[in-house]
Design a protein around this ligand. Structure first.
Ligand code: ADP
Ligand code: MG
Length: 627
């Protein structure tokens, strides 16, 4: 025991940390100064945690030292020291926190790097690799720390960032808290000047809620912004706060600053960032809205406070009604947190709704980027389904390309007697409009919502209805359309002939998965269309499944088997092709069978359901021979 108390011990960094350090040190990262922000924010976190302990721990040793951050520069020695009187670290915590990749920021950073497959240095800013950013400028970093726990001795952690670090006992009079001394590399020596650090602090650390002193002189910091009157806050202040609080580089896209007295006393300041990094292919976002009670940080990343779909939000929620030692374990506290989450969520949805009306120029690009989260919420967050469904926007058969409509506007345009909201999934406007499904709706002046994203169909299925009107896919066999305006000279196949033809086609095509053939009420020009007869598998889902199994083919190059196709065919008795088929069925049954099968294949192509086109080519040659 006494050995470890007195001697310096050497440790290897965890492999991931080595990788991280390698990237941090060797990336040509231009904004090296962010390391100051990272270390000051760690000091501030440590102070926040200690302040929280003061309020919750009963047997905290007396210590009159002020809660503050002291920064000193030594130009001659090329040194910079950042010291806080926060909660400090034990030697085990030094190992755990600074030698392994236990904390979220760096983990997410490495994962993103892995997924991006490149050493993209700008990611550092987005994730804040935190403590390790010191090695961008440091030849050596020494961290001396004493934990707030009464019987824990102080230790010094030291490393040059190359692969290992040491831990040794620190003097017995080391005060509680952490002091980080950085010996700067020669080309970074200007960080040991008062002027440079002052400049950096003014830029990045204005919102630290503890006094910051530089070389003994107080540096101005700003009071908790979310508690101030919003009429007195400038846009730039909000932006600076956002950058500080969310460790962000961008300007916030949207901002909501509100306070409420009932049912809870809340001050909240919420931001939507510029980019949806999940959409850019980076890792799944984690909740990032910090929870405070009267300026005391309770949880920087509370899980389950807000619903999952709000994981893109940044900012601060301060609720006066929370007990400081709040715990999810007690029923009462859990109920309180649930209530808080609900109030904030409702308020944010209301805000988006107001933005959509008052500032569509801001809402629409927001929706382009973050709409996917609203869709996720509409599909999964039952409590907020209606509010979220109102926020969705889609192109439709009545909008221009690139312009969108809300479901509320759709409903306002519904025809007399129309009881359902129609939508159709497809990759593009062109592919939807060139298919046979849309013609029957267009000819009756019925609007159809166009769904381009692969999640849309899932969302529509889950949302089910809007404003008491059922959402239904336009290619569903359940739809019964009202009578279409009849063409003037109706030389269509008679009802009896159509019925006979349909029955014959059903028998002829039974082996191809056709379950029913009937006269169509929705075709205008096309001879036939295929309707999905599988309740559990829409055509769009089938297409997606096929695309996915293409990607996931196993080693033996096989994909999981798709369920056999089940379709209903509708035929158009006014179509010349169908009339010819009826004639051929009597005169040349063999040729008619070929034509029937070709009509089916054409309908399947339009539905994106044709699996194997090779037979089709042979058939067409056969048909050409008889021509
Ligand atoms: P993050 O701040 O995102 O957790 P960092 O790399 O900045 O990641 O810090 C790693 C961990 O080291 C922190 O979570 C904290 O536990 C510990 N730490 C860093 N600086 C201090 C400090 N000044 N006082 C106490 N603990 C600290
Ligand atoms: Mg940090």
């Amino acid at each position: 025991m006494s050995d470890t108390q007195t001697a310096s011990q050497k440790f290897e960094f965890q492999a991931e940390i080595k990788q991280l350090l390698d990237i941090v040190i060797h990336s040509l990262y231009t904004e090296k100064e962010i390391f100051v922000r990272e270390l000051v924010s760690n000091a501030s976190d440590a102070l926040e945690k200690f302040r929280h302990l003061q309020l919750t721990e009963k047997n905290l040793p007396d210590d009159p030292r002020p809660l503050e951050i002291n920064i000193t520069t030594d130009e001659k020695a090329k040194n910079l020291a950042i010291a806080d009187s926060g909660l400090g670290m034990t030697s085990a915590e030094l190992v755990e926190n600074l030698g392994t990749i236990a904390h979220s920021g760096s983990k997410a950073f490495l994962k993103a790097l892995g997924e991006n497959g490149q050493k993209n240095a700008s990611l550092i800013g987005q994730f804040g690799v935190g403590f390790y950013s010191a090695f961008m400028v440091a030849g050596e970093v020494r961290v001396t720390s004493r934990s707030w726990r009464a019987d824990e001795p102080a230790h010094t952690w030291a490393s040059d960032g190359s692969g290992s670090y040491t831990i040794e006992p620190a003097p017995a009079d080391t005060p509680r808290g952490t002091s980080i001394v950085i010996t700067l590399k020669d080309d970074c020596a200007d960080f040991a000047t008062d002027a440079r650090i002052k400049h950096v602090l003014e830029h990045y650390s204005a919102f630290v809620s503890f006094p910051v002193n530089l070389n003994g002189k107080h540096v101005n910091t700003v009071q908790a912004l979310w508690l101030r009157n919003k009429n007195e806050i400038k846009d730039e202040e909000y932006t600076e706060f956002y950058k500080f609080q969310a460790h962000a580089w961008d300007e916030p896209r949207l901002r909501l600053h509100f306070s409420a007295d009932a049912p809870l006393a809340i001050n909240a300041l919420l931001f939507v960032p510029q980019e949806n990094t999940e959409r850019m292919g980076l890792t799944r976002l984690e909740p990032a809205v910090a929870l405070y009670c009267r300026k005391v940080l309770i949880d920087a990343r509370p899980k389950d406070l807000l619903p999952e779909w709000l994981r893109f939000l940044k900012g601060v929620i301060d609720c006066e009604d929370l007990p400081l030692n709040i715990s999810r374990e007690t029923m009462q506290d859990k109920a309180l947190l649930d209530k808080l989450g609900k109030v904030i969520t409702k308020r944010f949805i209301k805000f988006l709704d107001e933005e959509a009306t008052a500032r569509p120029d801001a809402y629409n690009p927001f929706y382009q980027n973050f709409g996917i989260f609203l869709k996720e919420g509409a599909a999964l967050d039952h409590a907020n389904k209606d509010g979220l469904t109102k926020l969705l926007r889609y192109e439709s058969s009545l909008t221009e390309k690139g312009k969108t409509t809300s479901l509320a506007d759709y409903v306002s345009r519904m025809k007399d007697g129309q009881t359902e909201i129609y939508y159709l999934a497809g990759a593009t406007r062109e592919s939807i409009e060139s298919g046979p499904y849309i013609e029957g709706f267009k000819s009756r002046g019925l609007e159809v919502i166009y769904c381009y994203e692969s999640v849309d169909e899932y969302v529509m299925n889950n949302v089910r209805e809007f404003d008491s009107k059922k959402l239904i896919s336009a290619d569903s066999s359940e739809i019964k359309l009202p009578d279409a305006p009849k063409p003037p000279s109706d030389d269509a196949l008679s009802e009896a002939d159509t019925k006979a033809l349909a029955d014959w086609m059903k028998t002829t095509l039974a082996t191809r998965g056709v379950e029913e053939v009937k006269s169509s009420d929705r075709l205008v020009d096309s001879p036939a269309l295929a309707l999905n007869a599988d309740k559990f598998m829409t055509p769009h889902m089938r297409r997606m499944m096929r695309a996915m199994s293409q990607q996931n083919k196993g080693e033996d190059n096989t994909a999981p088997a798709e369920p056999p196709l089940k379709v209903n065919l509708e035929i158009n008795p006014r179509s010349t092709v169908i009339k010819h088929l009826a004639a051929a069925q009597k005169a040349a049954p063999e040729k008619a069978a070929l034509i029937a099968e070709q009509i089916l294949d054409n309908a399947l192509i339009s539905a994106g359901l044709l699996e194997d086109a090779s037979k089709m080519v042979a058939r067409i040659y056969k048909l050409l021979e008889t021509a």
